[in-house]
Design a protein around this ligand. Structure first.
Ligand code: AMP
Ligand code: MG
Length: 312
């Protein structure tokens, strides 16, 4: 049975804190192939929602895989070299790809296509089709662009006067903006792949990105096997890392999004070693057997988990 789980509420936000009665504007938009929930608090909240929505639509147009006017489409169509500011985003994403030893690979566009994740006609491709798709090296910024969009939206909102705070759920990529009134931390639920109550809660203060990559976000099943959308660049097949999700918490949205995808491919052991060498993010790993592991600064609560420390 083919099945795509809609990305509605991929991470369920516990939104109560920012919702000062009468001062909060909420909006739901469908953009970048996912449902996005925007919540902005403050006198200029309506302007905030309008400008964020416009920004998201612009970014969707620039980074779309399928829109013939997009930068990515033109790069894939032939000899096209993007200029600033897109160049800078691509360079930054490529640097993250190198940093992850290629676990994040921005050239897997055709691989997602042959698995049918682009047109919805999911199927298990032949090895020849996978090899040919890997060789095509088509650009796909899908692993990083929602995190980048969250970060850009946060910057935009921070530059509008009289916005108190905001929380944006861009299809599982949660972006907090500013301090919650009363100084309480933001509380972000980690989605239970089986649905229902969140597996645990992450607390963050101020502006941050909390991004989840999961095997339940986009997948199909064939002969009892689940084939999901996060590809192992070595094989061109869905990564089999014994994880069901990875959540990354970082100040930089593009980094958070890039690393959630890369750590999912790496798996718990390699991902933990990668974190020990880094100082710009925290992470929560959820295994397919239900066990949860969190790096020591992840501020996870409401569940039992094992702490990943700096010393092995
Ligand atoms: P995310 O939900 O951020 O983990 O991104 C997953 C999306 O990124 C997929 O739907 C593909 O478009 C693309 N993708 C899949 N595997 C990889 C990978 N190993 N590196 C970079 N992008 C990938
Ligand atoms: Mg990602």
């Amino acid at each position: 049975m083919k099945k795509i789980v809609a990305l509605l509420l991929v991470v369920s936000c516990l939104l109560s804190g920012c919702a000062l009665a009468g001062k909060t504007e909420k909006s739901t938009v469908f953009c970048m192939d996912t449902v996005m929930e925007l919540q902005v608090t403050g006198e200029n909240r309506v302007q905030g929602i309008q400008e964020v929505t416009k920004l998201l639509r612009q970014l969707e147009q620039i980074w779309s895989y399928t829109d013939a006017d997009s930068t990515i489409y033109k790069m894939n169509a032939g000899d096209f070299s993007p200029e600033q500011p897109q160049r800078e985003i691509i360079d930054k994403a490529e640097a993250l790809s190198r940093r992850t030893g290629g676990a994040l690979n921005l050239r897997l566009g055709a691989v997602s296509e042959v698995w049918g994740f682009r047109d919805g006609a999911q199927k298990v491709p032949t090895q020849d089709a996978i090899d040919a798709a890997l060789a095509q090296k088509k650009w796909d910024m899908g692993a990083v662009i929602k995190g980048y969009a969250g970060q850009e939206a946060a910057e935009l909102l921070e530059n509008i006067p009289n916005i108190d705070c905001a929380i944006l759920n861009l299809g599982g990529n949660v972006q907090t903006v500013g301090e919650k009134p009363g100084g309480q931390p933001w509380k972000i639920g980690i989605q239970n792949p089986a649905g229902g109550t969140p597996l645990g809660t992450i607390s963050v203060t101020g502006t941050a990105s909390i991004v989840t990559s999961g095997d339940y976000q986009r997948y199909f099943e064939k002969d009892g096997v689940r084939y999901h959308h996060i590809m192992d660049p070595e094989t061109g097949r869905p990564a089999q890392s014994a994880l069901t999700s990875v959540t990354v918490i970082a100040r930089d949205g593009l980094t958070a999004d890039a690393l959630s995808t890369a750590l999912f491919v790496m798996g718990l052991e390699q991902g933990s070693a990668f974190w020990r060498e880094s100082d710009d993010f925290e992470a929560v790993f959820v295994q397919t057997d239900g066990k949860i592991y969190a790096t020591e600064g992840a501020m996870l609560s409401d569940c039992s988990f094992e702490v990943i420390g700096r010393e092995k």
